[in-house]
Design a protein around this ligand. Structure first.
Ligand SMILES: C[S@@+](CC[C@H](N)C(=O)[O-])C[C@H]1O[C@@H](n2cnc3c(N)ncnc32)[C@H](O)[C@@H]1O
Length: 235
């Protein structure tokens, strides 16, 4: 586990105090069932170097191993499903990279140990690709991407949603501010959507759910459904 404080200055500037392993586990135990469901989605908006996300990944991979260790191909796929459901935003560039690497190392150590000589670099690249899209350097308050100095860019934070059906996966990209707005309002039904500006209220980012008739977030980009082993080619 990383040290809880890297420097006094970072505590003052960014409130950077990492959570201890004991506290992380106690808090995750409050939602134990979700942490042990392979495809349950977790987003941590100030993830630091990944103390919570690392533990969630370990718990999910434990279930993947228990369930699929007899089939290398199933283990491989479900370990990717587990990884693809974990998301983080972090303001500081060094923490973001450390978090991505830490999650990759946890995934890769398990993958290499379970799949032995069937483990391959093509799948490792898939894992790295997902982490580069799921763990983003950004400002969770403004919901914008940030540069290497932590300054807001004009770009909104956009996350890829990975939906698996058998060996196939569909990627749809959503703006984080729009996803959070949906959760923030009990019903978006009465919210005025705007035809002006590029904000989370913009009509461009919502569509009507044909079943409930309520506005739901609209993907800013949709990709064709493809074999999960080909997702790196999406780019
Ligand atoms: C108290 S630490 C917690 C880190 C981690 N969640 C943990 O529990 O170990 C807060 C983290 O949030 C980051 N942070 C501060 N302001 C932020 C912002 N506006 N958006 C995203 N991350 C932010 C800091 O760099 C720091 O890594």
């Amino acid at each position: 586990m990383s040290n809880q404080v890297k420097s006094k200055q970072r505590v003052v500037d960014h409130g950077e105090v990492f959570t201890s392993e004991r506290e992380v586990n106690a808090m995750l135990d409050l939602v134990k069932q979700e942490t042990e469901r392979i495809d349950s989605r977790f987003l941590e908006p100030a993830c630091g170097d990944g103390n919570f996300l690392a533990e969630i990944l370990k718990r999910k991979l434990q279930i993947v191993k228990q369930t699929y260790k007899k089939s290398f191909s199933e283990y491989e796929k479900y370990s990717i499903v587990a990884l693809s459901s974990i998301y983080g935003v972090e303001l500081l560039f060094d923490n973001t990279l450390t978090c991505q690497k830490r999650l990759f190392d946890i995934w890769n150590n398990e993958y290499s140990s379970v799949c032995k000589n069937t483990a391959n670099d093509k799948c490792r690249k898939i894992a790295q690709h997902i982490l580069s899209l799921n763990i983003l350097c950004g400002n969770a308050l403004s919901m914008k991407r940030v540069d290497e100095n932590g300054k807001d860019l004009e770009e909104p934070i956009i996350f890829a949603e990975w939906s698996f059906v058998g060996d196939k996966v569909k990627r749809r990209d959503f703006r984080l501010d729009v996803l959070l707005k949906e959760n923030e309002d009990e019903s978006m039904y009465n919210t005025q959507l705007s035809i002006f500006g590029d904000t989370a209220d913009s009509l461009d980012y919502w569509e009507i759910d044909p079943v409930t008739n309520n506005p739901i977030p609209k993907a800013v980009k949709e990709y064709p459904m493809i074999d999960y082993r080909s997702i790196v080619e999406y780019e």
